[in-house]
Design a protein around this ligand. Sequence first.
Ligand code: P6P
Length: 335
Amino acid sequence: GSDRTLDRDCTTLSRHVLQQLQSFSPEAQDLSALMNRIALAGKLVARRLSHAGLMEGVLGFTGEVNVQGESVKKMDVYANDVFISVFKQSGLVCRLASEEMEKPYYIPENCPIGRYTLLYDPIDGSSNTDNNLSLGSIFSIRKQEGDDVDETASDLFTPGRNQIAAGYILYGPSTMLVYTIGKGVHSFTLDPSLGEFILTQENIKIPDKGSVYSVNEGNFWQWDESIREYVRYVHRTEGYSARYSGAMVSDIHRVLLQGGVFLYPGTREKPEGKLRLLYETAPLAFVIEQAGGRATTGHMEILDVVAKKLHQRTPLIIGSKQDVAKVESFIQNGH
Ligand code: P6P
C-alpha cells in the first residue's frame, strides 16, 4: 500500500546507516553523517554533469596534467573540490586523499580530532564526460589512527580490510549510490524531485558466476600470456559476452548485479596496472566481497594488499567467485 512506498521513500541513506548499525552510538552517528555527506557530494556532481553540455567551462580539459601525468578535465577538478567543500564543514574528516592531489588535503580546523579520512576518486572515467556516457565517483572511509603531525598519512598504509565504509556513485541514466559499512551492500537511487537518495535494493548478492567479462582487449598484446590465454578461453567458450564502457564504476556495477568479471591486468608498460589501490581497487573490493564476490591482484586478495605509497597501483580482477577463480587458474597454473 501507499504507506509501504512512503516508508521506503523515507529510508534515506543516513537513516539506513543507523538501521544497519542498530545503534545510536557516536560512531554510528558519525558514519551516518559521513554517508550523508557523500550523498551531498554525489548530488552536487550529478547536478553539474546533467548541465555539462549547457554550461561554459564544464566540458573539456583544463590544459593541466595531474600527478598521474594524465590531462585534467574540468569535471575532475570540480568534483575534487566538491568533496573537499562538503567535508570541510563536516567536522568529521581531517584528511582527504584523491587521485587529483599529490598529497592529502588537510582540514586544519578538523585536525587532529578529525577521526576519519576520506579517500576518493572524484570522477572515475572522466574521458566519458564529454560524450555523455556514464561515469562514477569512488569513495573509501577509514578511521584516522594517531594525529599524523608529520603529514605522512602513514596510518593509511594498512590493509583495505580496515576500511569502515566504501562504495561508489554511478552517474548514469539515474544516479545511484552503492555502499557498504561491512554489513552487506545496499543501493540507493537519487530522486531529483526530492533531492534524496532513496533505498533501491538491500543486501545485494553477486551471482556466483556470470556471463560477462569486462576488459580492454585493446591491451591484448600488452598483457602476460596467462591473461591472453584466459581471453582466448572466453572467446572459444559458449555463453560469454564482452562489455566495457571505459568507466569501471559502470562495468563493476553491472558485474555486481548480473555477475561476471572485470579485469584491469598489469601490462608490460605498467606491470601494476593503471588502477589505484587506496581509492579505487580497495573500496570496490570491499563492496564486491560484501556482496559475496571476490577481488584479487591475481596473486593476493585486494583487501590484504598494504599500500606503501598513497597512489600505489594494483592489477584488478573482480567479480563473481567462480569467474575470478577461472582467471586465477590461468595466472597461477598457466591454463
Ligand atoms: P583504459 C578510467 O580512467 C579508468 O580508471 C576506469 O574507470 C576504466 O575502466 C579504465 O580506467 C579505462 O582505462 O586503459 O581501458 O582506457
